[in-house]
Design a binder for this molecule. Structure first.
Ligand SMILES: *Cc1c(COP(=O)(O)O)cnc(C)c1O
Length: 403
């Protein structure tokens, strides 16, 4: 068992850069959010009420997408997006290994096989060239993740999908607030999924959504969200027995969102420009400070993406340091900067190993995983918080520099 050595000071004899611990992410809830939730509790509908449509309309106006279907969480959103795309038994779905497990698990839920395509070594997003190479006659969909909030290379990916008749699903769990070529992410791919988990830029406690411009996909998403049940007589096979009548015409799920969550997300979305600006400020400050240190590599941003960052990835340059990522991570913890790592390549997990996936599949992703640490990044960080994180990182990078 690995024993963390976090109790030791990072740098011999040093005083921690911070007196109190700071964590990598935290939600921001104001009085308007509290009031929005309380108002729902005092109203008639706790679920399937007016807040659901209001949130769906709001997501459309924020992103420019034609249709939005909100659901219980980002994983459910990915699942119904795969089902709407027609992903099934024997199909293949191409995705990146540098993501949360849900981006590949959703293919498994449908009986399909995830195929991992490697990332670009500098932007860390899925490499369209590698996607192209991974296409077979079984491929049904591509799930591109906007890792850290930077848009995936949507145009090249759309071209590949068009050429091979594939559906492009954008796992946009990190992307809310970002624009690609001047258009908000959420209005571009065949379907884009969002997550409203508390670490994400906008939260509902839990929550998810699928956005699309395609009416056929939209109708399918509505069915899969709620048991495959319809009250639309045009879709029914039999004559209605009466006003109560409905039919189940597909196998769907209960992936509904409550009005309580929807009200909170609506209220949070009012703050999106504010959240986005602050995140951009913090990222600019980190980039400026870390760009000066050859011991660190700053994530490359493609010019097409105007990014609202969900994660800030500190990447070490191993050749320039006498310590590795693990020691750097522990040293930061000793400075009271409590980080995380996003992500362990999905196919490293035993569940995937047992299905036959092996290390070595995606060398760029594997190298990245060995060198990254997610630093604190959230709206409510003060300037002092930001400076203390920079101080801690700089102190460790300088102390352990390989001369
Ligand atoms: C958070 C996240 C998800 C899953 O969202 P949940 O709302 O937690 O189910 C999927 N993909 C990525 C990339 C995520 O970061």
């Amino acid at each position: 068992m690995y024993q963390s050595n976090v109790k030791k000071p990072a740098v011999e004899g040093g005083v921690p850069a911070r007196e109190t611990k700071i964590y990598y992410g935290h939600q921001y809830i104001d009085e308007a959010d509290v009031q929005a939730v309380v108002d729902v509790l005092r109203n008639h509908d706790l679920t399937c009420g007016p807040k659901i449509k209001e949130l769906e309309d709001k997501l459309c106006s924020v992103t420019g997408a034609k249709y939005a279907v909100v659901c219980s969480n980002g994983t459910a959103a990915l699942h119904i997006a795969c089902l709407a795309a027609g992903v099934g038994e024997g199909d293949e779905v191409i995705t990146t290994p540098i993501t949360f497990a849900a981006s590949a698990n959703c293919a498994l839920y449908c009986g399909a096989r995830p195929v991992f395509a490697d990332i670009d070594p500098e932007t860390y997003n899925i490499d369209p060239q590698k996607v192209e190479e991974a296409v077979t006659e079984r491929t049904k969909a591509v799930i591109a993740v906007d890792y850290t909030g930077q848009s995936a290379e949507l145009e090249p990916l759309q071209e590949i999908c068009k050429e091979h008749g594939l559906i492009l699903i954008e796992d946009g769990a990190h992307v809310i607030g970002t624009k690609y070529k001047g258009r908000a992410n959420g209005s571009i791919a065949d379907m884009t999924t969002f997550s409203f988990h508390p670490v994400k830029t906008v939260t509902g406690g839990e929550g998810g959504a699928v956005l699309t411009n395609d009416e056929t996909l939209y109708r399918k998403l509505l069915l899969y969200r709620s048991h495959g049940i319809t009250r639309d007589t045009d879709l029914m096979e039999h004559e209605p027995d009466g006003a109560w009548y409905y039919e189940q015409i597909a196998l769907g799920f209960n992936y509904r969102m409550t009005d309580i969550q929807a009200a909170l997300i609506i209220s949070q979305l009012d703050k999106l420009p504010m959240f986005s600006n602050r995140r951009k400020e913090i990222v600019a400050r980190y980039d400026e400070a870390f760009g000066k240190l050859p011991q660190l590599f700053v994530q490359r941003e493609i010019p097409e993406s105007d990014t609202t960052r969900h994660l800030y990835i500190l990447r070490i340059v191993p050749e320039k340091l006498t310590i590795g990522r693990r020691q750097f991570f522990d040293a930061l913890a000793a400075e009271n900067v409590c980080c995380n790592v996003h992500y362990i390549p999905t196919y490293y997990f035993p569940y995937y190993e047992k299905m036959g996936y092996r290390r070595g599949l995606c060398p760029n992703a594997e190298k990245l995983y060995g060198e990254i640490i997610s630093l604190p990044l959230y709206y409510a960080m003060t300037d002092e918080d930001v400076e203390s994180v920079i101080e801690a990182v700089t102190k460790i990078a300088v102390y352990y520099e390989r001369k």
